[in-house]
Design a protein around this ligand. Structure first.
Ligand code: FAD
Ligand code: DLZ
Ligand code: SF4
Length: 509
């Protein structure tokens, strides 16, 4: 019988994945490889590389214990070819294997590399997701607009999660209107579960420090889960301590709290340590047991079976060109304060600071602080995309790109969002306590202390008047602007231009 190679990538660390299920321990060899190509196609946050390498090494040990023949390449292996395809060829030569079985990678870059590899690679559908490509396409086909909400309802029906027969639990599909409470005075959660680095993790941290220590991002302290057992404990910890308030404060932000009631599970789910199905099952069980309210359970499950699956569906359906879209023709360069240079904007400074320290910011910080700012300021979406892909622990193009290019920057022309996610300082002030600590004044609409979000909001609207004036969800804002005195309008727009000029020149803004 011919022997085959089973490829397991760094974000496919789950024993149930298709390639392992299709493999045969008696004749096949599993290939796992830490390679320079994957570690440097963008300059990832060092915490992300450490998480992936540590989790890969521990997963490889588990597979060996299960009886698999496994060839593992460490990053500093002197014989490494430095790429996934190169390592497959090397291992094929060593073992005499004539075929590779792979689980389809998450990113076009690697799907294409495997398709073009000079040995046959069978790519099986990635079952770490809940919707197949065919299911997403069947849902999307022929629809005028691809709004997430309708896809989500299909997914509720398919998974049976929070269903009461054919109806949604509680008589409603979506409890989002209950999930917009502003920042609470105090946080009762105890933050994400932390793990002390074991020997494997400690060795990886040294390697990453030596090779990637100069990239943006702080490597230590490192307290992430790096195997399935730990990730499951982190899930249980979240369900007990944070989930009950997750819904209420999902959109809130606090100057002195980086995590509020968020789960911090995205990285574990995205690399396979947790299966989305088990995460949702744990949340549903807590609801059924009466431990968490419906708005929390529904809100959380919607993020996973709705948004997460939908984003992946859009990425795959739109193809490799998607990341290059620039529907609003934004050309400005990303300013230095996204890389930690000083800014007077407290909200942006805090979001970037915690991103550097934790490789994490929660959804509303990503969408309504850094994303909102980049969109209002007219930053080139390619730059914004590159930034998000570099700095977050959970960043993989299949989920990062639709969130950035589509949801946050409206660069896909409105496939994902029906209107751009832009707001003035007012929204940030309502949902956070940042403005209290800021050098700018959120109540000032013009003048030297005016909140830049206020100025840039109107200049964005004016710049794109032709495109958005007829949008029924934006018409009211145009009417508000048009009711202002003409002098005032001119002042706002001139001050916005001046502020952007100063930002472009690298002045402290
Ligand atoms: P929680 O708030 O606890 O949410 C629970 C889970 O729901 C998450 O773990 C995640 O798996 C899922 N989820 C929630 N929102 C989304 C969403 N919009 N898309 C996909 N899954 C979602 N998520 C990533 O996993 N990787 C990214 O690179 C990424 N980039 C983003 C960029 C921008 C501009 C925006 C606006 C959002 C981005 N997101 C990304 C989505 C979301 O912000 C993160 O999934 C979330 O902040 C992760 O933290 P958490 O685990 O504490 O999430
Ligand atoms: C993100 C990442 C990194 C940093 N390093 C590796 C690696 O060395 N080996 C590997 O198999 N996978 C790695 N990954 C994850 C891949 O980049 C990921 O599989 C593709 O981007 C497809 O989602
Ligand atoms: Fe951000 Fe404006 Fe508030 Fe300052 S005043 S924190 S810049 S929204």
């Amino acid at each position: 019988m011919v022997s085959r190679l089973i490829l397991v990538l760094g974000d496919q660390l789950n024993k149930t994945i298709a390639a392992l299920r299709a493999g045969d321990k008696s004749r096949d060899t599993v290939v796992m490889a830490e390679v320079a190509d994957e570690a440097s196609y963008v300059q990832h946050h060092p915490k992300k590389i450490a998480l992936i390498f540590a989790a890969m090494r521990k997963f490889a040990d588990r597979l060996r214990k299960d009886g698999w023949d496994l060839r593992y390449t460490c990053l500093d292996d002197p014989d490494t070819t430095g790429s996934i395809v190169g390592e497959l060829l090397r291992r094929a030569e060593e073992t005499g294997a004539t075929e590779v079985i792979a689980t389809e990678p998450g990113e076009w870059r690697l799907i294409e590399a495997l398709e073009e590899a000079p040995l046959p690679v069978r790519q099986l559908e990635n079952d770490l997701f809940l919707a197949t490509h065919a299911e997403f396409d069947a849902w999307a086909e022929g629809r005028k607009s691809l709004r997430m909400e309708y896809f989500y309802r299909e997914m509720r029906r398919k998974t049976g999660l929070l269903m009461d027969g054919a109806d949604p639990e509680g008589g409603q599909w979506n409890f989002d209107h209950e999930n917009r409470k502003p920042a609470p005075d105090e946080i009762i959660g105890s933050g994400p579960m932390q793990f002390t680095p074991d020997e494997t993790v400690a060795r990886v941290l040294d390697l990453v420090e030596a090779r990637f220590g100069s990239s943006f991002g702080t490597l230590r302290p490192f307290s992430l889960a790096t195997d399935q057992g730990q990730a499951r404990r982190a899930l249980a910890h979240f369900v007990t301590y944070a989930l009950p308030r997750f819904g209420d404060y999902q959109d809130a932000m606090l100057d002195q709290d980086r995590f509020l009631y968020h789960s911090l599970l995205s990285a574990y789910i995205n690399i396979g340590l947790l299966h989305p199905q088990e995460v949702c099952a744990a949340v549903e069980a807590a609801y059924q047991a009466g431990d968490v309210p419906l708005n929390a359970a529904e809100g959380f499950i919607r993020q996973i079976i709705g948004w997460r699956e939908y984003m992946r569906g859009i990425y795959y359906r739109e193809g490799p060109e998607y990341t290059r879209r620039n529907g609003l023709n934004h050309q400005r360069k990303l300013p230095g304060f996204f890389w930690g240079e000083e800014t007077k904007m407290r909200c942006v400074a805090r979001a970037v600071e915690q991103t550097e320290a934790e490789a994490y910011a929660h959804h509303i910080q990503r969408l309504m602080v850094t994303g909102n700012f980049a969109l209002l300021a007219g930053i080139d979406p390619a730059d914004v995309h590159a930034w998000y892909l570099r700095v977050y622990i959970d960043a993989f193009e299949w989920v990062e790109a639709p969130n950035v290019i589509g949801m946050s920057q409206f660069a896909d022309g409105g496939i994902i969002a029906s209107k751009p996610y832009v707001s003035s300082g007012n929204y940030i002030n309502k949902m956070s306590d940042y403005c209290r600590h800021c050098a700018y004044k959120v109540k000032d609409k013009v003048g030297p202390d005016a909140c830049p979000f206020n100025l840039l909001y109107w200049s964005f609207m004016e710049r794109h008047r032709e495109r958005f004036e007829q949008n029924p969800r934006m018409a009211q804002m145009y009417r508000t602007f048009d009711r202002m005195e003409e002098d005032r309008r001119r002042t706002v727009l001139a001050e916005a231009e001046d502020w952007l000029d100063r930002m472009g020149r690298g002045a402290l803004v």
